[in-house]
Design a protein around this ligand. Structure first.
Ligand code: ZN
Length: 69
């Protein structure tokens, strides 16, 4: 199955038996156990960025104030 590569953020592949994570983009190859630890470790750093991401999906009509001129 496809998962996000923790290293380069491209699509990585998790083997069906959940034993190995492979990324073709950066040649990452680690066990799923290592992957989970890696992601959990980085989750702390990225949580702020992800928070901004979800907030920006709200639709906003930009520049509408200019029409009052
Ligand atoms: Zn990668």
């Amino acid at each position: 199955m496809k998962i996000k590569c923790p290293k380069c953020k491209e699509n990585a592949e998790l083997t069906m038996d959940f034993s190995l994570v492979k990324c073709g983009s950066c040649d990452l190859e680690m066990s799923y156990g290592e992957y989970v630890k890696f992601v959990a470790h980085n989750e702390v750093k990225y949580s702020d960025i992800l928070g901004d991401y979800t907030g920006s999906t709200e639709g906003q009509s930009a520049g509408s104030l200019d029409e009052w001129d």
